[in-house]
Design a protein around this ligand. Structure first.
Ligand code: CMP
Length: 139
């Protein structure tokens, strides 16, 4: 199981701009299997907890305001070497630097509203998936 799972969120601005269908299609086209998925919304406190690793960073308050500003889609994805494969597939954190055709290049507008989140390690993929889903929903 470890190594085959990553966690993603479609962020509020991509949702508000109506890109959720296209983003989900891209995820599936990329060979990622959706193991669990929900449309939900974070409170400011939940966004602060989710992004607690960034709490000393200058963008933490703005990022957590933004991530609690509207509905999101949270999903657990499965693919071989899922964390790195998905990071490559979505592109660089800053959409302006993301490779052509990647999800962030296509649907991100700035470094905060960069369309989607992707886990940065196998360990965080499990922690982040467990933040949103019961184990029985994705294991
Ligand atoms: P994400 O993959 O959700 O993980 C952490 C997020 O912090 C990242 O995407 C960006 O949206 C955001 N982020 C990272 N660096 C910056 C920055 N310099 N300014 C604003 N937001 C940032």
């Amino acid at each position: 199981m470890a190594g085959n799972i990553t966690f993603t969120m479609i962020k509020p601005k991509a949702m508000a701009n109506g890109h959720m269908g296209n983003i989900l299609s891209k995820i599936i086209e990329g060979g990622f299997k959706i193991k669990a998925m929900k449309l939900t919304r974070l409170t400011k406190e939940q966004a602060m907890e989710f992004y607690a690793v960034h709490k000393e960073r200058p963008f933490y308050n703005g990022l957590t305001d933004f991530m609690s500003s509207g509905p999101i889609i949270a999903a657990v994805l499965e693919k071989e070497n899922a964390v790195q494969a998905y990071r490559d597939y979505i592109g660089a954190t800053n959409p302006a630097e993301a490779a052509e055709g990647t999800i962030r290049a296509l649907y991100g507008t700035d470094i905060e509203a960069n369309a989607v989140h992707g886990s940065d390690s196998d360990e965080n993929a499990v922690i982040e998936s467990s933040f949103f889903f019961a184990k029985r929903e994705w294991v």
